[in-house]
Ligand binder design. Structure first.
Ligand SMILES: [Zn+2]
Length: 403
């Protein structure tokens, strides 16, 4: 069994998390979605009926409190991605939605398909060549003290919070949430065994402390005990074995593969992991515990500068979707749900239906295309985006294609 990051921190500073500047809005250096990363704004009266702490530009951490009153409170730190707005096709006919997905590379003058109605399919990785998610485990000291440098990269990360560690109370995590990063569950005690109660204790801490529902977790020590525990509680549980993830593949979402860079990993070594994902049109997740120079025994620490340079290289590719676990994970699982759905004919209309998995975050979208015809949800036509797709809400669990 792998034992990852099982050392308690005994001498961590409790500082860090001072005022950073760049928000995490946007992804992959796409200018259309770069966030401003200032303090959040609150709006009310949006039609989505959800409460969302949104990752600007990428629709990462979001949570529904179950309110369905037509009142929405949104705290968004980026300029491009408030996934509480425009939810469920509530806009006017053909009005573009704000899906929270980053703008992919490529032409922005693609003509709306005008052939025969048909060919309905979800576009892989929202139109990017591949995808990458960087996750950080254990709320280690070197994550906290280097937070501003990480945040300045302008891409959303996922931080898996070990909630009974003192560092879980560091103010940096509230700032990370406001900056558009995801906070996930890494249990309360970080044991290899649990009956579910320790996992639930961490969820309660995250709800009480940060006001959000965690949608993903990472199994402490990579323990298989969490494969079943996570299934009834989360969208995704990240494991510790390395593999790439493909659209519509059979990767286990409750033991999701990840790459753990070796101690002192070079920029080139990390670049190669993303290059293989990009050329294979797949998704690579990273699991990082901390950076060299810390005193709290982070598992397999890597040099900060090597990581910063690596992420800059991935951004420079321009066609890799860099986003949180919940953002890419909900796209991956949403695509699989739609692909595995059914379709029914009524006259010349075809209605595609699907069932979203349990613990699926509200307000998520996938990008779809057809050979021709008109796609409607709730009777409202979807708007063609000249980047080459329609943005389709997942919550309605159906879409109709008409000639
Ligand atoms: Zn851990």
């Amino acid at each position: 069994m792998l034992l990852l990051g099982a050392l308690h921190c005994t001498g961590c500073g409790d500082d860090g998390g001072g005022g950073g500047d760049g928000g995490a809005g946007g992804s992959g250096g796409q200018p259309a979605t770069s966030g401003s990363g200032t303090t959040g704004s609150v709006t009310t009266g949006d039609p989505g009926g959800t409460t969302s702490a949104s990752t600007g530009g990428t629709g990462g951490a979001s949570t529904s409190t179950g309110t369905d009153t037509g009142t929405s409170t949104s705290t968004s730190t980026g300029t491009g991605g408030d996934d509480a707005t425009g939810g469920g096709g509530s806009g006017g006919g053909g009005t573009p939605v704000d899906s929270g997905l980053p703008t992919p590379p490529g032409a922005d003058n693609v003509a709306k398909p005008s052939g025969a109605a048909g060919g309905f399919k979800v576009i892989d990785w929202a139109g990017f060549a591949g995808a990458v998610t960087y996750t950080f485990d254990d709320v280690n000291q070197t994550q906290i003290q280097n937070y501003d440098a990480l945040n300045a990269l302008g891409v959303p990360f996922t931080f898996y919070v070990w909630t009974n560690k003192a560092e879980a109370n560091n103010p940096v995590w509230k700032k990370a949430l406001m900056d558009g990063h995801e906070l996930g569950n890494h249990t309360s005690r970080h044991d290899s065994n649990d009956n579910g109660s320790d996992t639930d204790a961490a969820t309660k801490f995250i709800k009480d402390t940060f006001g959000i529902t965690p949608y993903t977790m990472a199994a402490p020590n990579g323990s298989d005990a969490y494969t079943s525990i996570s299934q009834s509680r989360f969208l995704i549980n990240r494991g510790v074995s390395n593999a790439l993830i493909s659209p519509n593949d059979s990767s286990n979402p409750f033991k999701l593969p990840t790459y753990i860079p070796p101690t002192n990993a070079s920029t080139a070594a990390m670049d190669a992991e993303v290059t293989s994902a990009r050329t294979g049109k797949k998704w690579r997740t990273f699991c990082i515990h901390g950076f060299t120079g810390g005193s709290d025994g982070a598992y397999q620490p890597i040099p900060l500068n090597a990581f910063l340079e690596h992420v800059k290289h991935v951004k420079d590719f321009g066609d890799v979707w860099i986003d949180s676990m919940v953002a890419i994970g909900s796209y991956w699982r949403g695509q699989k749900a739609v692909t595995g759905g059914t379709n029914t004919q009524s006259g010349s209309d075809t209605t595609y239906t699907w069932q979203l998995p349990e613990n699926f975050p509200p307000g998520k979208y996938v990008r779809v295309t057809v050979t021709g015809g008109t796609l409607k949800q709730g009777g409202v036509p979807l708007a063609w985006n000249p980047h080459g797709y329609y943005e389709m809400a997942l919550d309605p669990e159906s879409v109709t294609l008409s000639p």
